[in-house]
Design a protein around this ligand. Structure first.
Ligand SMILES: C[S@@+](CC[C@H](N)C(=O)[O-])C[C@H]1O[C@@H](n2cnc3c(N)ncnc32)[C@H](O)[C@@H]1O
Length: 277
């Protein structure tokens, strides 16, 4: 009996799982060893303890470009040009590096600048030219800087806008307190639900990235609903954890899509962008 016939014969018997075990074990060990190597390298090279930063894999970047292209109805080439624009903004990159090096929490931050899915936020702002962006959850201010950079480019193209960045932590947003980015950022300290209630002008683009509990995410979308401009776009950073924005989109007659990012060379499984429009 040749090898193929023998394998097929064994596959029909109760011995099949035992015979396949060494191959299955080798696969799992190879996979887990790679994960362990990546995790060990990260433990000794990174200082971050939350809100991790990383690059996207090439494939994940391609998929993000198409995601933004479809959602914003702009050619994918244009989206890729927006990605290149933010990634080659050396003035912003140098500012983030030096502000990180001088920050009080520098011991818990990496100096290397890695935007991950935030290049998608950038492209969405460049493609849709919002007048008023609201970001809940600021942390160091990396996202606020990326949003501000897009708004500054929009202003140079004759379509200015501002971002209101909300955080409960008074130390949040240190990266976004420097001009020119600070000139288009209004940093508001307080609980996001109260801050949303106090917004004094309509919101064109809303991004949830604060308290990632299901209940808080839901409360934010409910709170902002009456403050949205016609045709406003809603984004969530919590789409890999909850279905809150999809449910909100269904209730309010919007469309919904989700993109899941894949970090390159990082143990963290990644977050994503949920969008309702
Ligand atoms: C994931 S971080 C934000 C990341 C940021 N958007 C970025 O791009 O790097 C979450 C932030 O939400 C803030 N936060 C948590 N609960 C909040 C609340 N109830 N209201 C406002 N901000 C809150 C935290 O202080 C923290 O800085």
């Amino acid at each position: 009996m040749d090898a193929t016939k023998l394998r097929r014969a064994i596959a029909r018997t109760p011995l099949a799982p035992v015979a396949a075990f060494p191959k299955r074990l080798a696969r799992v060990v190879r996979h887990d060893a790679k994960v362990l190597r990546t995790s060990a390298r990260w433990l000794v090279t990174s200082r971050e303890h939350h809100n991790y930063t990383y690059e996207l894999t090439k494939l994940s970047r391609h998929h993000l470009a198409w995601f933004v292209s479809v959602v914003c109805d702009v050619p994918v080439k244009q989206v890729r040009a927006y990605f290149t624009e933010i990634e080659s903004d050396d003035v912003l990159r140098r500012h983030i590096e030096s502000a990180t090096a001088g920050a009080a929490r520098r011991g818990l931050a990496d100096r290397q600048v890695r935007y991950a899915r935030r290049i998608g936020w950038y492209a969405i702002v460049r493609a849709t030219k919002p007048t008023h962006v609201v970001e809940t959850g600021v942390d160091k201010g990396l996202g606020s800087c990326v949003l501000a950079a897009a708004l500054l480019r929009n202003a140079a193209d004759g379509q200015p806008g501002r971002v209101t960045s909300l955080d409960i932590n008074p130390e949040a947003g240190y990266l976004a307190r420097t001009a020119p980015w600070s000139e288009v950022v209004d940093l508001v300290i307080g609980d996001s639900i109260a801050s949303i209630a106090a917004l004094d002008r309509p919101v064109d683009l809303f991004l949830h990235d604060s308290d990632h509990s299901r209940a808080h995410e839901k409360r934010e979308f409910e709170a902002v609903e009456g403050r949205l401009a016609p045709g406003a776009i809603l984004l969530t950073d919590n789409v890999t954890a909850t279905n809150v924005l999809a449910e909100h989109a269904e209730r309010t007659g919007r469309r919904f899509l989700a993109y899941r990012e894949t970090p390159a060379n990082h143990w963290y499984p990644g977050d994503g962008i949920g969008i309702a429009w």
